[in-house]
Ligand binder design. Sequence first.
Ligand code: DLL
Length: 431
Amino acid sequence: MIWNREAETMERGARARLQLGRLQETLRFMVERVAFQRERLGGVTVKTLDDLARLPFIEKGDLREQYPFGLFAVPAAEVARIHGSSGTKGKPTIVGYTAGDLEIWREVMARVMTAAGARRGDMLHVAFGYGLFTGGLGFHDGAERIGMTVVPVSSGNTARQHLLLRDFRPAAICGTPSFVLHIAESLAAEGGDPRALGLRYGMFGAEPWTEGVRAALEKTLGCRAYDVYGLSEIIGPGVAGECEAQAGLHVQDDHFLPEIIDPASGQTLPPGREGELVLTTLTKRAMPLVRYRTGDVTTLLGEPCPCGRTSVRMARVKGRSDDMLVIRGVNLYPSEVECTLLEVAELVPHYQLVVDRSSTLATLEVQVEPAPAVVERCGRFDAGHPELVALGARVAERLRKAIGLSVRLTLVAPRTLPRSEGKAVRVVERR
Ligand code: DLL
């Protein structure tokens, strides 16, 4: 089912004309109303979509400098809601929405969730956090728009998640993939059966995850797992999402125009090339952004999708360009380690990368937990048990082949690595 057939299956030429008109209007509106944008963009004209590549980028640092409301393009009284990023580095990044922007958000969420199988009357368990973070309220509002029954549980309190999932038997769940895996795993550890919850589909995002985690989620919960992408600066979740083909995320490109650039040179790259995603809002009013550098590494896919939607698609986000590790000259994303670890059936999808830069040559330690069945075979967890030693050596060798780097592989006792309730922390730096 397609939520908005007219918008989502629009012929590509018509879509491009719509995008251009909306881009010109966004520029006019922004330059007229935001001093910072007037200084950068006053006098520029855009006649074709290709002209976009000549405009300057805007970056997270600009948002921090303009904290809190310097980039708002409407009077305070017209701002209906404020959201923001978690702000691990001091002040959060603040974004605003007019009532119209919130309508657009509900619309794109309804599209993305419908593409993942959401239907009127389905019950949705929301395990994303509520608050300044856009995950909880974004899915909440989209679900209401569709006419779903929303259970706003928020993140955390695993025991309560179990209780409500068991008693309410929702059709769907949404949350970060790492937290929902933790919900399932802790339920199983208590003797429960996550598959018996009867979930039909899950919508996951807010952090990078791989096909291996998808397989783990689908197997453990017995449901289908769909990827949803977004960021607060642009709107929150709903910028893009997978359809039933699970072959790339449909970008809602009548509202958000994507480009891929080479992060080093800033040059625009053609479809099919991997690089940094840059997004332009085409319809937002409270805080429009043109050429926002997301820092997220992905690829745009131009080919048509069997589902009939005509939007451009993006590949799963591999990670943020600033999450890339450089270890002894090898460039590495945590998701690449994850891919390899999850191919090994004797491991569970919880891991942490410890980077030690205290000596001249940085080293990487990969900490991962063995599956409960392996530990049972050994009697109890003992890192020196021959089966675990052999497993560790096998995984280290696999990693060396896959990523071209010798790592120290440490098997740690089950359920000892930190579990996050929101975005998982995969990398720990030791200096
Ligand atoms: O994480 C919005 C969101 C909520 C998306 C719920 C999906 C589901 P921020 O807190 O502003 O917003 O963080 C945005 O998270 O730039 C990516 O680096 C990362 N991210 C979000 N979704 C995905 C995804 C929300 N599906 C930042 N895959 C983005 C990989 C993702 N990374």
